[in-house]
Each structure stands twice: as C-alpha cells, then as structure tokens.
Design a protein. Structure first.
Lengths: 315, 315, 315, 315, 315, 315
C-alpha cells in the first residue's frame, strides 16, 4: 500500500521556463533509462522475491518507492520548466501573438514558441504538461522492464540499469545552466550510484551467484574465445586467465576450420568426460538447493499476502 | 514523495494456484484498462493541475496513489496464483517430470504445465512472476495514458477509463470460482465505480465545463446530423432537442447533395452572422477567464514545487 | 459497403504551403486523438451493436463514416500544405538549391527546407505526402481504439474521445493564421461537439446505464473515499452526497490504519448483510435482462449479415 | 467523402460460431497483411497522386474504398463467428456454467470456453467482438503502411501487399470447413488477385518506370553479383543477362579480395567514365521531366481540393 | 556461420561532421526501408527456402550478408558524421561552452549543438553514436520484415522492398553536398537496383509463379472492376485486356446495385460452372505439385542443418 | 564486411518436429533476451568504440559476429522443428485432414494442428517458418538494444544481457527432451557465460571504471539509504561498509521527516564543503582525461573508416 506526501524528496526548483530542457528531461520521466522504468522494474521484481527472500523484497520495494518519488521530482521539474505554456494555450481566441512567434519575428522568450519547437505535443496534446514519453515522443513501454524471477539475474540487470540512468543524468547536466536544476540532477544522479552499490552488496551477499541462474557452464564450450574476424587484438578477455574461474582462455583463431574439423563442436579432440560428469553433479546439487529455497518458502494451502496482525505497530 | 506500507489495502488471498487466471489478470496489471494505466494517467494529470487547481491536484494524486496500491494487490494475486512455478523452474537439472507434463500424460495439477499453456513467458521469461504485459504478452505502453492539460477534458477521459476498468473486473469475475479472489475483485471493481463518482462530482464542480476546452462550437455546424448511410433510424440523437443546448437537431438526410449545394458547407442557406459574432465574444470571454486562471496561479520568478515549511505538521 | 464521392464534406482550402503546420496536423490524421482513431473506434464498436441495438449501430456507422470523411479532409489539407515538396524531391539530379537551403543561407520560403525541419520523413520517406503517423512520427496504433462490447461503456469512451479531439483542434487553431484552414478546423472542431451530444443522447436513452456494465457496486466499498496523502482538501468529491446515488461519501482519513484495523477490509465494523443481499438480487435481475437482450437478438442457425431483399429501395 | 450502405459487398454468412477461426481471421482485420492495412495504404497513397496523376488517384481511391468494404465483410464474419459470447458475458451474475467449462469438464460446444481459449481478450476486453488486432493480439500499426510519393515505387509496394494478402486468405481457407465462409474467403482472395492485375496494368502504363524513382543506377556498381558466402550456386540471377537491361551479370567470386584490391570499390580496374557521364545526362533529363510532371500539376495561389461545380451531376 | 572482415565493402569517407545528415541517414540504419530491414528479411526468408530451394537459399543468404555489410557502411558513415560529439559529452565537468551553444550565441560549427538539434538522443542517450532507430527516434521493429514461406510471395515482397530502399537513397542524396558521401550513397542505391534485378530473375525462373501462392483465382470474381466512387476514369487497369490473363476486365459501374441484384455476389447472372470446375482441378494439381516440392525435400528422421563433410574444401 | 559460411558453428540437429518448442525457441530468435538483441547490441556499441578503443571494438565485433552465428543456429533449429508445416500448407486444395485435426479428432502427431495451437502465425503468416518475433508474437524491437557511447556503461549493460540470455536457455532446456536440442542449447547457454566473462575482463581492464561515466557521485547524497517503507530489514546493502568505497552506509529511517527537516535535502546538517570541492576537482580531472581519450583518437580532416592498405594480408 502506498502513501503520498506532498513534499518532494528533493527541493526541486527552476529559475526560468525552458521547454527545450523540459523535452530533454522527458528521457528520465518516460524514457528507456528513466525513473518510471527503474521504479517499475524493481517493483515488478519485488513480487517474486517476497516469499523466499524477504530481505531483498524489502530492499527492492524501498528502492522502487524511492524511484517513484524521483519520478515525481522529474515530473515536477518538467512542469515548472513549461510554466506559461498552458496559460497561453487557454487564451484560445487570441492568436496574433503566437503567429508572430511562429513566423520567427517574435522575441526569443516566447514560451509557447519554444514549447512548439522543442516538442510539438507540448503545444497541441499535453497542454504544456508532462507526459510519459521520451525526448522524441516514444511512449514509455514495458519492454524497458526486465524481471526474470532470479535474483542473481535481476540484480545484475539492475546494476546495468543504474549505470545507464547515471550516465543520462550526467549528460543532461551539460544542457542547462540553471543551478537549481543542477542541484536536483546531482542528487538524482548520485542516488543511481547509491542504488548501484546497494544492488552490488545484495548480489555479493548471495553465495553461488555465478553463473547467474542455476546450471553451471558446459566445460566443453566454456573456455573458447572464437576469433570471428580478420585480425586479432589480444587482451585479458582472450588470453591468460578467465577472471575468477581458475581456467585459461583457449583462443580459437580460425573458428570456421574448427567448426568443420569438430563437426560443429560435436567431435572435440579433448576428452571432457569427467568434467561433464562433475558439472552434472553440481547442477543437481544446485537445482535441489535453489529449488528448495523457493518451495519451502511458499505456504501450503490458502496463500495470503499480508499479515495485518504483525504489522500493527509499524509505521 | 511516496511511502510504502507492506500491508495491502485489501487482504488478497488465493485458494490454489491457477496460472490461466493469473494470465487473465495480467490485463489489470499491464493491460490497457488496468491499474498501471489508471495510476499513471491520474499521476500525470496531477502535475498540470497543481498550480491552478490544488483541490483537484489533491484528488488526482490520492486516486493515483490508490491505483498504485491496487496495482500492488493485482500483482500480489498474480504472484500467488503462480505459486510453485519458480520452484519447478529452479529445479533446472530435473526434467523428466516436466516433459511428462508437456506430453500431456501428466496430472492436470502440474502447475508448470499450466503456466506454459497459459503464457509461455511465465515459464521461460518471468520465472513464474508477474510482468507489466497484458494477457497476450503486449508490453504496457504509455499510449494508454491520456493527459491533456484541461480538467474538463481530463475528467471526462477518466470517466471513460473507470468505466472500462469496471467492466474488465466484471468479466474477470466470471472466470474464477475462488471465493477469495472474488472478494478481491469485487473490492477493486467497486473502487472504479467510486472513482467514477468522484470524477463526476469534480467535473460538476467546474462551471462552464461544456464544451470541453475553451472555445464554443461554431453555430453554423453544430446542429447538423448527417445521414451518412443508406437508411435512417431515428432516436434522440438525431431528432428533437440537443440535450442541454436549447437547440434542436437538424437532420441532413442527403449529405452528399448538401455538400455540393453548399459548396462544401461554405455557402450556407441560413444567415448565422449574429450567432457567429456572439460565439466570438463568448470565446474571448472564456479565453480570458480560463487563461487568467492558469496564469495568475503560477508564481513569478523562481519556481519551487514544495513548501516544506507549511507541511511540517502534516502526516 | 462504402462508396466514395470525390467532393470533400467541407471545402478544404489552403492559402500557401506550410510544412510545419502540416506536421502538427498529422496529429489529427495519424495521432492518438485524430480522425482515424475516431473512425476506427466507432466502426469497430458498430459490429457488436448491430444485432441487439440496430439503432445504435446506425448511429455508430454514420458517425464512423463521417469521421472517415473528416480523415480525408485532414489528409487533403496536409497534402496541400506540402505543395511543392514532391516536385523538388523529384528534381533528384539538381542539388545545389537544397544544399543552400540546408546551410541556412536560403530564403525562408524554401518549402523543402521547411519540410525537412518540420519532419525529416516528409523529405526522405513520404515524398512530401501525408502519412498515418503523429506529429512526432509515431505510427498510428490500434491501442488508441477502445471497443468493449457494452454500450454503457463504449458510449462513455466516445464522450472522452470526442472531448480530446475537440481540444486538439482548438489548440491547432492557434498555430496557423491561414483563414481558410481556420474555417476547416472550426468545422471539424464543431463536429466533435455535435458527436459528443449525439453520444450523450444515446447514452441517456439507455435505462439502467449506471454503473457501466451489468453488476452493481459492492455496498461495502462504494462510499469510502481514502485519503491517500498527507493533507486533506475537501470538495464535493469527498464530502456530502455522492451524485445521483442517494448516499453520502464516507471519508477515511487514515487508510493505513483502517486497512490494519479491518484486516484489509475483510472485518468491517458495519453490517452490510442486507445491502449485499440486495445487490446480489439486483445483479441477477440485471444479468438476466442484459443477457437476454443480446441472446434473443441473435439469429439461430446460419447467420447472415445483410438482408439484400429489404434494402432494395434504399439509397 | 464516404457514404455507407448497410448491405455488404459480399453476402457473408456463417454456419455456426467458431471463436478459434474468428481469432485467425483477425489477421485480415487488424493484421499486417489485412484489409485495414490495404485500405489505409491505398488511401494514403491517393492523396499524393491526385494533382499530377488523377487517373491513378481514381484507381487508388476506388480500391481503397473496396478494401474498406472488405474490412467490413471480415469484421462481420468475425462477429458472427463469436455469436453467443457477449450474451454469456452479460450474464455476469451467473458463473457456474463458465467455471465448469474452464475446468475442462464442459461440453466442447461452450462458446465462451472456446472464445477464452482462442483469444483471452474476446472474453475480457472486446466483449465477444471484433478488434483491430492480429491473431496474437498485436494492435494494428501504421508501420504496415508504405506510401512514398512515387507511383513506380508505390505500385510495386502494392503488388507485394496484394501477393501477401492473397496467400493469407489461401492459408485461412484450410482452417475452416464452413462452406459459407469458404465462399466469402474465395471472393476476398480473388479480389486480391484482381487488384494485383490492376496495379500491374497501372505500372505498365507508366513509361520510364524502371528503376523506381528518378535516378538511374550507377554503371560502376550495377552489374556485380557478390558471392558473399562459401560455395556458389548459379542461376539466372548471377549469370547471363540481366533481365531487360541489355547487360550481363559480372560475378565477383571473392568480394573480400575485390574490396581490398579496389580500395573499397574506389579504384576500379575498368574505365566507366563515359557511362557515368551518360547516366548523369539521363538523370538530369529524368529529373526535369518527373519534377515538371508534379510541379505543373499543382495550382498556383490558393489550393482547393474539390471543385463542387464540376461534380454536380456525378453520383 | 558469419565471419567479419574489418574492411568495409565500400570505402566510406566523410568530409566533415554533420549531425543533421547523420540523423537522416538513420533511416537506412534503423528505419523501415533500411539495411537492417532488408538484411533481416532475406535472412529470415532463407531458412524456409533451404530444404526445397537450395539455389534460392544461396541467393537470399548472399544478399542478406551483403545487406548486413551495407548496414555496417551506413553505421560507419553515421559514426563519422558525429565526430566530436562523444568527446564533448565526456568533457562532463565543462559546461559553459555548450550552454553558449544552447543559447544560440555560439558558432554554427559547434557539433554538440548540431547533434542536439538534429536528434536529442545523440546528445543524451547514444553518446554521439549510431542507434537502430529511424530519423524520428522510432526503434526498428520486426514488423518491417515480411517472410511468408512462399517464394512467389517473398520475391515479390523483396521487389517492393528494394524499390523503396532505392528511393530513400535517392532522396538522401539531395541533402548532403559531401562528395564522399555521395559516392557511398550512389553505391548503396545502385546495389538496391542490382538486387531488384536478381530477385526479378529468380522470380522469372519459377514457372507457375502467378498468382502467388498455390490456388488460382475464383473465375466468378476475377474480372470485375468495381467503380467504388462517383466519376469514372478509364485506363488499362479497368478496360481492355487483363495483362497476361487472356481475359478482359468487366467494369461494374454501380457496385451497390450490383451487390443488391446479385444478393451479395451469390446469385450471379452468368454461369461459371465449367470454369469453377476447371479451377478446382488446377488447384488440386498445383497443390500436389507445390506440396510435394516441399515434402520430398525434407529429410526423414533426424534433421541436421549442415553437412560438414561436404563443405570441407569450401571457403 | 561480413562473409557467410553455410556450416553452422554448432551442429544443430532435431529428432522430430515439435511446433510448441519451436514457438518457445522464438524467444531466442526474436525475443527481448535473444540472439538478435545481443548481436545488434554489440554491433551497435562497436561503432562508437572503434576510434578510441580499437581493442574493445575487435572484441565487440567478434562477439556480435558470434551472436549472429548463434541467431542462425536458433533459426535453423526452429525451422527443423517445423518440418512438414509448409508442405501441409501448400497442399492448399486438400482440406479434410486439417479440419479433422482442427476438430480435435486427429492423431496428436498432426504437425499442422500442433503448429496452429502453438502459434497461429506459423500456420497462416510465416508458412511454417521462423520469424523475428517472440513466443507471444511481439515483433523484435530495437528498444531491447542499449548502446550509450561509454564502455563502463556498455560493458555493464552487456553483463546483464548475458545473464538474462543464459537464464532463458536454462529454462528452455526444461521443455524439451530431444537430446540433440539439449546439446545445442547447452552450447548456446555456455557461450553466454563465456561472453559474460569476456565482458567482465574487459571492464576490469579499464581503470577508473566506477562510477560508470565520468562524474563522481555527489558526497552529500551518496551514503544515504532511505527507508521508504514501514519496517526495516537490515543487510549489507544498508548497514556497514559500502563495497569498495571506504565509506559506510547512513541509514535514514524516516525519510519523510528528513526531507522536511533538511528542506528537501538543501539544508543538510553536516558540512560537505571540502568533499564537494574534492569531487569537483576529480570531475575536472576525469573529464579532461576521458574527453581527451576520445578526441585525440579521432582523425582530423576527412574521416575514412577502413584502411585497405594495412589489411591486405589479413584473413
């Protein structure tokens, strides 16, 4: 259950209207790396975590709630950057001023002219308001949200999401010199870093968190690096040790020949029999463990989400 | 700023897993008429209302917050309906049981088999969890959200949205016999009716709320009902008085001939001179009024969204 | 079956090319509140109405047909606003003039320069023609269309659609000073008002039209208004009488506490036993009535859509 | 301007409800190769053709109008295939029968059960009605429509569209044994063939219709066929004469080596000087001709779409 | 299996940065008629062709591979046109210069200013890089790809795709005066013409390639041309002989009357008995032939895609 | 430039047709975590890396090329799983067998019946072939691709993508008992793990890779963990040391009160003056360094992508 407080988490202020920046900022309201995407991703992931991982559930819901609160900060800022647009639009019978602006003869400060140039929909669809679309008018879409029912995967997804969100705020800061907005963006950018670290700590707290999911990699195909192009550039990603795996990269310099010689990897020169068997054993052990973790956490009989009794004294 | 309470607004319970109904219920999580659509619509509309219409802002944010809370109820129900799926999936090295189910020889109760049939993504993408997509896998999309910066329009939009949401819950109730879920759906369905009535009351509280927007209808074209098809069926929508307009419908039984005779409505037989002039006057008056309403509510100088001082004692 | 007449319903004229306004006008050709959305919505709804509600079917098809005719008016206007673009593009071997325009040194009147600035696809994809996309290039999408098989819902949906379409025309009028286009837009805007009134009259002609759908609201949850945020603003939407319901709002000022005390609304302090029973009776009555209305209208045996015999003398 | 006649162009009939086939048929209502896609494509193309190619405009609008009429036939058939669904849904208070169906214990003939299995939205969103979505619930999208302002391109686009539409009807016919529907589908399939032939004849009537557009191919790169894969299969597409071009294919068997030897095609061994010059001349001639064709067809001064005077006597 | 060579197939060069043209060029990277659409279309079609039509498979995969190589050329050109943007963005702590540019007081040459104006996402999302979206930011979508499992259809689809792609390159050439880019575009445009001719030759090599698919047109409905609009313009598409069909068009000048008189085409005045029977015979023959073609090409038992043995000596 | 070899990288084989599994496998052909998404993501990222990070460019293009090769493996497997469907469809005049299957009376082995049940488009659109859509028919969409012009971000994005892709293969393996397919999926799953490790090694090889982007976190807001919900669960993500940051979490247990007391974080009790200054210095240093890295790598004057000279001896 959500509760709303009218104060923003950060004191968003705006020095003067700037529809162009308002349009850019839409990326963080309705864009692929924005606050709605983050909020909905963690919120969605939280449902699956609740039974077996109540601590992670708490963390995910807290961060989701903070992201909804950031969404509000971004929306409030956009709305303030569009000050005056709706008033001008409502002056529907008075047209001359706008047409002067449209014809390029108006003062640069005409906010309605700036709004139309920045985003036609500010002027004819949203009534000078915010909208869950990105800076090019693409409606926000749940394809931006990844939630896969496995914390070793979901938390890695979140590390990536926070990284992208942080970068977008960094870029946005270059395109305004309003110091109030700078403050707000600096706050929001930093929170992405904080969340990154929280997700990292949570991932570290899971033992057996690699590879993501349950099954181990197939030892027959794990070490190979295929040189799929003419020319070779070496680096720690194709020579030396595989990080944290106690194994070395095997560089296949001519993968076409290798595929033919091994009949498409089915007649390998080396004998992986023992390693394959070990992997199978490990897979069974991990399957049992991870599966049990979920199954034993689920109540038998009627399922009930909330236990109102226990929460009575909580805020 | 949002705050989350772990108790649901309604005590969602589920008697037994039912992936097929979980899939149907996705319509109200990530579908076009679902809770996310409602929550995001009122939340988005609220930003534009805050300065000039703080009372409507309060109402919109309250209902948005309730819809987010309903989204959580729906998500929790779906998750409980999928109990067992993730546990089965995590048993990744054990396969025989599933294949028996896949080949149709298994008991009907196999939840993983039911999940796969209901929605392939439950089994291979969401890990037996909820997802902001509809019952056919279409990702939720901000095109479902309408927010146009005018309360006489936005509130009418909301009346329609609540009507559709109510109907979907009514239909959903037919497809489960779990009495716990029935209780939950009855609660959710009823809240849509309540919101409908709240929006209706709010719309009624605005004088001059018709036509939506600012400008009056053009008297030259308002009364005509064009008979665009062969055959005529009469009803109060094309004969008698126009509701609440003090005018009668004018039935144009052959619109093709009429268009030709009037040179595409530009040479009308009647003289509308006075009425057109009256409309222009009314338009100017309304423009001034509605425009002022917005403009005078906006602060001059630096804009600040929240006034932390005044809220100190509020919860 | 449709028939096309080359004369437009309104005599669309354009004083001079204006690609920027052409782009704005795309909102009403391929945008979410445009003529295609309206036409397809009423057309789709009409199929479901035909058997049981032939009078509403006639109305819906007539308005759909008029909206298709308006789509043509909008398309014709856009095409005229882009006069010259295709001719310039076809002059494919001659480039110098355009590049002068591209480099900003050209006269403002270069239509190809204006087209490219307004909408890159005018210059490289549509060949200076109209396209079913909105002012930001988003392809028209059937998510804009709502049709739910229930006239009390569909007609309310249409009231909202007409309200939004009206507002968009009102906004568009501010961005051109071409008096011919003003005339056209005034006609189109007014027709949305007329359709609004037609749908309103049709909705009024249905007895038992509230709540939309069949089932009554659950008396246990109907009257509550939950105060989901800090601070309270009172208005007719949360105090006094619920419009047309003969009941009063019940204001729940602390919904978190209320949820806990009532165990998520399942242990209510008041006894709603009688009211719930009355509602169930009403539901059964309405179900029978509304269901019969549909069922008895459907032919048994082979279904045939048209009865060519009866229409022989119709135009 | 459109006019609607309630008789369908083809006498669509249905022997018995069949929601599964109704769902398949959605492909031709709201699918990528369906009637709406065809209608909107020709309708959109027609606007650009009107000034300079009034004969093609007439053809495109006629076929567009026929496709809208076919859309109606398809919609009517789907609606009849869903007979009974809406009646069952409206029986909202009566649930037992459906649940029996849901649990698989019901007779196969339960139409609501069949509807839900075929397409969940038939049962919970569309109210047993048609919807502009495809057989998997994807909303129709204007990306299906191609209109590029050049008849040599548009007509080829249409040949492809008609080919695909024809094939889909052919496939659909395999999945019903209702002879009435067969008749309807045979009619619709055949019309696609007819339209194909009409577009072919129209394309043939344009001299200089190859290559599509205005500019000739660059003689330096036209004849080459690059062997981009291991192994060579010869056919008339890479050896012998290029159809209708009076030139032969040049087979480049090792394009990687060729790119290196020619510094990425910039140092060609052969001298194409004369041919390049001829092409430039041809390009200028064609540009002038095609550009003039457009330009001289456009009126100077105020543009007006319809000439009501001249049409007075037309039907 | 693919192999990559770092040399481009064409020596793409760029004289100077030009973010506006970079944005236009996105149409051919991530747009509906661009290289990714072409590559994915032929690649997808190739899978279905492999068993029964290995020669066409080879052609489709070769052209797909060439289109992927062209996608790389387009991407490289866009990246070079954005030179400097990423460097400016990474100078994240230095802002003054950009804001000068944002305020319009900067030199025209500021690449970051140009990037932001051309496409906001260049500046805040892609980091001055290429992206699989079109010139208006619409993400590339597989709806652009048509693959229908029938070469007489697929090849016609490809003729249309190549026609559109050719036209877009032609248009693009008008909007840059960089001679290096002209060379590149001339190469790419010409290759579309070459592919057109290859697909044409391949289609011609299939006997019985009309109508597309398997079934013949229904003789009862094939010849009719319906005059769906007021006014008649005659041309080879509605009078005289149907191209290549040995039959003449039958012009139905009043299709509404015709539909009524023939009870929706079901009571035709002419007797088509014999022709219908002939068509049925032909259909059976063609079905058997085309079906066998597919069936006998498919291996029985275990299916294996590649035969590594036979390819040993191939490059 | 790409080159294609007809042998697959892995010897994909299929024991028997299985349209249901073919449909599931579409997730990895045209789904959000599939091979096309991976291939296009790394391919797109590579363009931006080429100038300043040629070693990472080589790695990204190699992995992209391998993913395209995996896309081919997945497509080939789907095609083989649909063996027989196209042959049945082409038998267009023969219907009885299918209808028997449609009516549920047929043997389970009917492949066309299985295809239709698994995915209606297999039977009526794709002709029994593969399609770049997911298991629910959603067309692949470039929103799945993230490329942001910064390797510290892009590589983290890739770690997440590989994690999700690995999990999907793990899930898929549960739904088939065909050992040949198991082998293929085990290969593909393992390659995702290998790529994960390659990206991890590449990220580690970048010094200063945290936080992603250029700017440091704002010290005023970095350490706070806001308790956004009722109830507190402690873990390493909100108590103790922030991983690798030499700082401790600061737990804000009542963020609403904190926001009010600090006037929305603008009046903080602690003095961060020195830390803010240090951060500014660091930001300037990093900006200079990262910006230079890009700028000095870009050639001045004409840009040319490939240097054919140097590659002459490469394969």
């Amino acid at each position: 259950m959500f509760h709303h407080v009218k104060d923003l988490q950060f004191n968003a202020r705006v020095s003067r209207p700037d529809p162009r920046f308002a349009n850019l900022l839409l990326e963080q309201f309705g864009g692929e790396n924005g606050e709605l995407a983050a909020a909905m991703q963690y919120f969605t992931q939280a449902f699956g975590a609740k039974a077996a991982h109540p601590d992670k559930y708490d963390m995910l819901m807290d961060i989701a709630t903070e992201e909804f609160s950031h969404l509000e900060i971004v929306g409030a800022t956009i709305q303030m950057l569009l000050k005056g647009v709706n008033g001008d639009l409502k002056d529907a019978a008075e047209q001359s001023e706008i047409m002067v602006a449209m014809n390029g003869k108006a003062e640069k400060e005409s906010v309605i002219h700036a709004a139309l140039s920045a985003n036609p929909q500010f002027a004819i669809i949203t009534g000078g308001g915010v909208t869950p679309r990105n800076s090019q008018g693409i409606p926000w879409c749940a394809s931006y949200v990844n939630s896969n029912g496995d914390l070793t995967v979901d938390l890695r997804t979140n590390l990536a999401s926070e990284s992208r969100a942080k970068l977008v705020y960094e870029h946005l800061m270059k395109f305004t010199d309003d110091t109030y907005i700078h403050e707000t963006l600096s706050f929001l950018m930093t929170r992405e870093v904080t969340h990154y670290k929280m997700f990292e700590a949570a991932l570290n707290s899971i033992s057996d968190n690699f590879p993501p999911g349950v099954l181990a990699a197939d030892p027959r195909f794990l070490q190979n690096v295929y040189n799929m192009s003419a020319g070779t550039v070496k680096g720690p990603w194709n020579e030396g040790e595989i990080p944290g795996m106690d194994k070395n990269w095997v560089y296949v310099s001519d993968p076409i020949a290798q595929a033919r010689e091994t009949v498409g990897q089915t007649k390998l020169p080396d004998d992986f029999g023992k390693e394959v068997k070990d992997t199978e054993k490990l897979d069974k052990k991990m399957s049992k463990m991870k599966s049990m973790e979920e199954k034993k956490a689920e109540p038998s009989g009627v399922a009930q989400w909330s236990d109102y009794q226990n929460n009575k004294n909580k805020v």
